[in-house]
Structure formats: C-alpha cells, structure tokens
Unconditional design. Structure first.
Length: 355
C-alpha cells in the first residue's frame, strides 16, 4: 500500500490546499489557505482537524507565511513569523502534535542566524514543513504494518471519532491497520461511533472507509456499550490527541466510556498514534488541557436548534482515558505494551527529534 487512501492536505508553494472537512460528506470542497488568519480559522473551525493533520497544517502555515516575507528585513521577517507561530499556537489546546510541529518550525527560525537571508530561512522552513508531512506519511505506513497483526479474518472493529486518513497526511492512525489488513485481503467490518456533537465518525470515518470499499456501519455513540458487552466487537482501535508518559491519553469526548466498556467486556482496546502525539513533559492525564468548544455545537445540528431556547449546553471536546484500560499503543516504533512509564519513555531516548 504505497498511495494513501485520501489526501487531505497539499502543499502548493504559496498556498496550501485542504479538503474542507466541515462540508463532508455532502461536498468534497477544496479550500485554499494563504494567510495565517486563514490557517487559524481553518484549524479552529475544524475545516482541517485530527491531531497529526493540525500539526502539519500549522507547520505549512508558518512556511507559507515565510514565503511572503522573503524580501523583508530580517527583523520584519522574524517578528512576523513569531507572531504567526503564536497565533497558530493558540488555535486548539489539546493535541500535542500542534505544539510539537510549531516547536520544530520555531527551532529552524532560531537556528538560522541573522547573517542568513530571509530567503534562505524560508527555504529551510518549507523543507521542515514538508519533512513533517513526509514523516507523517511514513509513520502512517509503519503504524498500519505494526497494528495489522491485531486484526484477524472476520473481525469486527469499533472506532470512535475519525483517526483515519483525513486526520493525518493520508494513511491515518487508528484506521491505518484497518487499511493495511484490508489490502492484504483480511475480511473485516468496522463500526464507527457517530461521535456527537460534530459527528466525525458518521461524516468522516464512514466517508473515507466507504470510499475505500471497506464495510462500515455507523452506530450511535451510546450503542457502543451494548455491542461490546454482547460480543459483537473483537477489537477497539482509536487515535489520540495527547499521550502522557503514564499511558493516560486524551482523545475525542466519549473515548473513555468506550474504553471502560471494552475493559469490562474483555475486548482489546488499542490506541494508535505517532510518537509526535506523546507529551514527554506530562506524566498524568489530569494534566492535559481539555478544549471546551462553543455550546452551539451541542444545541444545534446542521444549523437547526434541537434544545429549547435559553437552555444551557456544555461542550468539552476531549476526555482522558486512564492507562489501565489501554491494551497497548500502536506507534511507528511498533507496539508499546505496559509498563507504559518505562516503555513510552524509551521511544524518546532513541529519537533525536524528540529532544
Ligand atoms: O476535534 P477533532 O476532530 O480534531 O478530534 C480528533 C480526534 O479526537 C482524533 O481521534 C485524534 O485527533 C486522533 S487523529 C489521528
């Protein structure tokens, strides 16, 4: 499997093209992003989303901004790019990949001395952003291979939210093993939790799997529990927005309940993520900042109000699943089993990019 099932982002030099994920599955609309404000808006409103893809988009946003500044003085170039980095930093608080990617871009800016021209620095920034994109493609392939062995013929797999090609450079994290096994001829079926309130499972996971010819069935979030307890699911695969050293991790709201039900039913629950999702500075899940989004996402569906006027709604976008419910992590370095404190930390020690 060399070609990704979907291409959610494309570097085009002075602009970046993305599939506008707000409009899927109704419309495959391509959006061009040029200014930092456009990147900010696209990330905040989930036109571009999913932890790895947010990181890639932010890195490309800095690189595009640098292209426009090549004839500026060094001082203007540096000040303006630092502002762009700060703006993108403030778009979404939970996914590690955003901060990891922006840190890499900031390092390039710092390592380029004032003696070099903005042009040379911009070239280095573009190279770094494209490197982050290419590395993510590689990671997707490796996660696919590492996780495919968990899927046996006839398996029903449950997933939550969208951790597929659309959430990454193209191969996905939780769905990468599914694509890999499917391409090897393994018979499988995927159940996609609809994922209230923004329906990433119903809209996005179902869209990309059906497009690839994979048998997918959408279920209400609350149906996951009876399916797990009645032995209708063989394996749960989800992605992550931030993994702490203890193995506690944040993912889309509702993930924790699925993990607890899987644990109670004795169904293996695996988390697939590249090492850029691991926050080596955090030990416990309680330390992860949880994004709280607009109540309108809960009170309205497709622009139509579903709650009585004046009634409040609360909308945390992520939850934290304790490590005790995780059977293992599927990373580009292979399967990581407990004890997580030791085994997740060892990923860092053998990777210079992680320091
Ligand atoms: O709010 P979203 O749609 O960006 O949330 C995405 C998720 O929670 C994904 O499961 C996670 O980012 C992993 S994506 C490979």
């Amino acid at each position: 499997m060399h070609e990704p099932p979907v291409k959610p982002i494309e570097w085009c030099g002075d602009e970046v093209k993305i599939i506008d994920q707000r409009r899927l599955p109704g419309e495959e609309h391509i959006l061009s992003l040029r200014t930092t404000g456009e990147f900010e808006e696209a990330i905040k409103t989930l036109a571009v989303r999913g932890a790895p893809l947010i990181g890639i988009a932010a890195a490309m946003g800095v690189a595009v901004a640098s292209r426009r500044l090549v004839s500026s003085t060094w001082a203007e170039f540096e000040t303006s790019l630092r502002e762009s980095i700060q703006v993108l930093h403030g778009t979404r608080p939970t996914a590690s990949n955003l901060f990891w990617a922006l840190k890499r871009m900031e390092k390039i800016l710092e390592d380029t001395t004032h003696d070099e021209s903005p042009e040379a620095c911009s070239r280095a920034l573009v190279k770094e952003a494209l490197g982050i994109y290419e590395e993510d493609l590689e990671m997707g392939i490796k996660i696919g291979k590492a996780g495919a062995g968990l899927i046996r013929d006839g398996f029903s797999i449950l997933t939550h939210c969208n951790a597929g090609g659309l959430a990454t450079s193209g191969f996905g994290t939780a769905l990468a093993p599914v694509y890999w096994a499917f391409n090897k001829g393994v018979q499988l079926k995927v159940y996609a939790d609809e994922t209230r309130p923004l329906l990433q499972g119903a809209r996005l996971t179902a869209w990309e799997l059906a497009r690839a010819g994979i048998d997918v069935t959408v279920i209400c979030d609350s149906a996951a529990h009876i399916m797990l307890s009645r032995a209708k699911i063989d394996l749960v695969l989800v992605g992550a927005d931030r993994i702490t050293l203890s193995g506690d991790f944040a993912n889309k709201i509702g993930t924790r309940g699925v993990a607890m039900s899987a644990h109670a039913a004795g169904v293996p629950f695996y988390v697939a993520a590249p090492s850029s999702t691991i926050d080596f500075d955090l030990e416990k899940g309680a330390q992860i900042p949880i994004e709280e989004r607009d109540a309108l996402e809960v009170t309205h569906v497709g622009g139509v109000r579903i709650t009585p006027p004046g009634v409040a709604a609360y909308n945390p976008a992520f939850d934290v699943t304790p490590a005790e419910y995780v059977s293992g992590f599927i990373t580009e370095k292979g399967l990581i089993n407990p004890p997580y404190l030791e085994n997740l930390a060892s990923i860092r020690s053998d990777d210079p990019q992680m320091h």
